[in-house]
Design a protein around this ligand. Structure first.
Ligand code: FMN
Length: 203
C-alpha cells in the first residue's frame, strides 16, 4: 500500500484530525508492514497559490511552455506526482467556516489540473478523472455538528465538497469519518472521538 497523508489543520498541538490520523497510520503499519507512507502538511506548510503565469502555463501545451512557465508549475507538478504515486489517501480536513481550510483549497487548486488529473472533451462536454482507482479516507473534525443527515448537515460544504472534487479527478471510493461536537462538554467531545476512532480501527 502506498499511503499519502495530507494534513490541513493549522493546529500543531491538540489537533483531533492529526492525532486520529497518527493512530490510524500506526495501526495500519502494524497490520501491513509493507505500507509506504508519505506526508504532506498543508496546514503548517501552505501550498503556493496559482498566479497569472501559473494559469497561462497550465493552459499552454507542455512543449510550448517557457522556462518561467515551467518554473511556475513546479510546485503543482510535485504535488500531482505525489498524489499519483499513492494508491490510498488519508486526508485530515477540519471544517473551517463550513468548508475546507483555505490551505487545503490551495492544495486542490494545484492538483485539479486539466490533462494531469482530469480530461475534458469539448466535443462531448465530457470530463474524465485521471486519478481513478485510488481510495480516500477523510477525517473531519468540527466544533459543531454539521454531519450530513443531521439538522445542520445542509450547511456542510466540507466533506460534501471533498467527495465531489475527488470524484471529479476519479477518486470515487471515499469514506468520511466526521468528528463533530468538539466545542461541547468534554464528555460529548470524548464520545465523538471514541466513535471516530472505532470507525477508523474498523477500517
Ligand atoms: C478558522 C476556523 C474556522 C472554523 N470554522 C468552523 C465551522 O464553520 N464549524 C465548526 O463546527 N467548527 C469550525 N471550526 C472549529 C474546528 O473545526 C475544530 O476546532 C476542529 O476540531 C479543528 O480540527 P483539529 O482539531 O484537527 O485542529 C473552525 C476553526 C477554525 C480555526
Amino acid at each position: 500500500m502506498k499511503l499519502l497523508e495530507i494534513q490541513s489543520s493549522v493546529r500543531e498541538v491538540g489537533s483531533i484530525s492529526r492525532s486520529l490520523s497518527d493512530e490510524f497510520i500506526k495501526s495500519l503499519q502494524a497490520a501491513h508492514s509493507g505500507t509506504q507512507h508519505q506526508r504532506r502538511d498543508v496546514g503548517s506548510n501552505p501550498p503556493e497559490h496559482p498566479t497569472d503565469l501559473w494559469v497561462k502555463a497550465n493552459y499552454a501545451l507542455p512543449e510550448k511552455r517557457s522556462p518561467e512557465m515551467i518554473a511556475a508549475l513546479t510546485h503543482s507538478e510535485t504535488l500531482i506526482e505525489e498524489l499519483l504515486w499513492a494508491d490510498h489517501l488519508l486526508l485530515g480536513v477540519p471544517m473551517y467556516n463550513l468548508s475546507v481550510p483555505s490551505t487545503f483549497k490551495a492544495y486542490l487548486d494545484n492538483i485539479v489540473r486539466i490533462n494531469r488529473t482530469f480530461t475534458f472533451d469539448p466535443a462531448t462536454y465530457a470530463f474524465q478523472g485521471l486519478a481513478k482507482g485510488r481510495k480516500g479516507l477523510i477525517i473531519t473534525p468540527s466544533s459543531g455538528n454539521f454531519v450530513v443527515g443531521t439538522p445542520m448537515g445542509n450547511m456542510n460544504f466540507c466533506d460534501t465538497y471533498l467527495r465531489v472534487v475527488l470524484g471529479f479527478i476519479g477518486i470515487e471510493d471515499v469514506t468520511v469519518v466526521p468528528v463533530p461536537d468538539q466545542f461541547m462538554s468534554d464528555e460529548i467531545r470524548q464520545r465523538e472521538i471514541a466513535t471516530a476512532r472505532a470507525k477508523l480501527m474498523n477500517l
